[in-house]
Write a protein that binds this ligand. Structure first.
Ligand code: IPM
Ligand code: MG
Length: 357
């Protein structure tokens, strides 16, 4: 099969982790006789430096014309002084919005090889951690209006959080459908004791739950959810939540699995053209030193094969190769353990390629 992949290397460690993922994709292409054609796309800080804006229209168009987009990471202290609507992160939000990617899927799964790296006690980790955060990605406070005005002699800032029924329903459906393919348990997370958007969220979710009688459904307040994720993560199968809560809870979920560097994500809308990226940031402090963990990006490439290209066997191969690299004791700095071999970003990528066979 021939597939066009838009490649956004981005900033910080972005270029080095993406390079490793492309090496792995090339190995898969060779093994299975596929052709992956890569088109470079500038987005984030590097696009600001080159084009004066974080996501020029031609760059978004390249992504829309592709079969899917692979992204490293964007942002860094260099662009901290840039106004909010021109920041590197704004490029990412415009890309998600422009591609209408409303559903973000972030798995939190403990690799048994990395159990020691989890900050949780063995008595908790031993019950297993294997859940998915389904995060609404193009609504809520991220996409409401943002203003800062002078009022009564001081600055006053406002961020509007808005959700319509159809926006809630389409992500809710993804939550239920995801649960149907797994252990059939869905937890919807909101703040319905305070927010109107959450009360509407809950109402729509309850209505949907009647269509999915097989799914064991429950609501949970976000503050309680933040506690439950560290107290007893084994209770979760699929979590569905709005944009900001999902941003925060998915970072928490990644940390209990050992390292944020391991977690891939997919973002999809109505078509099969998705955006695949690790959930970590651009880590400017370690950029360019061959220290980054490329596994989150490599696993994101595997998700792209599975969810956008219908290449389940190829995706299985990549995941198995990552498992073998970990079984062989190879570790980047973020997941290093006693008795293991510390390797760089490039060496980890080479090892995964080697195990693709
Ligand atoms: C993420 C990131 C982004 C977000 C930032 C970089 C805008 O934290 O993908 O989780 O908040 O969505
Ligand atoms: Mg985040």
């Amino acid at each position: 099969m021939k597939k066009n992949i838009a490649v956004i290397r981005g900033d910080g460690i972005g270029p080095e982790i993406v390079n490793e993922a492309l090496k792995v994709l090339d190995a898969v292409a060779e093994k299975y006789g596929h052709e992956f054609i890569y088109t470079d796309v500038d987005m984030g800080g590097c696009a600001i430096d080159k084009w004066g804006e974080p996501l020029p229209k031609e760059m978004l168009d390249k992504c829309l014309a592709s079969d899917s987009v692979l992204l490293g990471a964007v942002g860094g202290p260099k662009w901290d002084g840039v106004p909010g609507d021109k920041r590197p992160e704004k490029g990412l939000l415009s890309l998600r919005g422009g591609m209408k990617l409303y559903s973000n899927n972030r798995p939190a799964k403990l690799w048994k090889q990395l159990a020691d790296a989890s900050p949780l006690k063995p008595s908790i980790v031993d019950n297993g951690i294997d859940f998915i955060v389904v995060r609404e990605l193009i609504g809520g406070v991220y996409f409401g209006s943002h203003t800062t005005e002078e009022k009564n002699g001081e600055a006053v800032a406002t961020d509007i959080m808005e959700y319509s029924e159809h926006e809630i329903e389409r992500i809710g459906r993804i939550g239920f459908e995801t649960a149907m393919k797994r252990r059939k348990k869905l937890t919807s997370i909101d703040k319905a004791n305070v927010l109107d958007t959450s009360r509407l969220w809950r109402k729509v979710m309850h209505r949907l739950s009647e269509e999915y009688p097989e799914v064991e459904y429950s609501d949970m307040l976000v503050d309680n959810a933040a506690m439950q994720i560290v107290k007893d993560p084994s209770q979760f199968d699929v979590i569905v939540t709005e944009n900001l809560f999902g941003d925060i809870l998915s970072d928490e979920a990644s940390m209990i699995t050992g390292s944020i560097g391991m977690i891939p994500s997919s973002s999809l809308g109505e078509t099969s053209c998705g955006l695949y990226e690790p959930i970590h940031g651009s880590a400017p402090d370690i950029a360019g030193q061959n220290l980054a963990n490329p596994i989150g990006t490599i696993l994101s490439a595997a998700m792209m094969l599975r969810y956008s290209f219908d290449m389940a066997k190829e995706a299985d191969d990549i995941e198995a190769a990552v498992t073998k690299a970990l079984d062989a004791g190879l570790r980047t700095g973020d997941i290093m353990q006693d008795g293991c071999t510390k390797v760089g970003c490039k060496e980890m990528g080479d090892a995964v390629v080697g195990y693709i066979g």
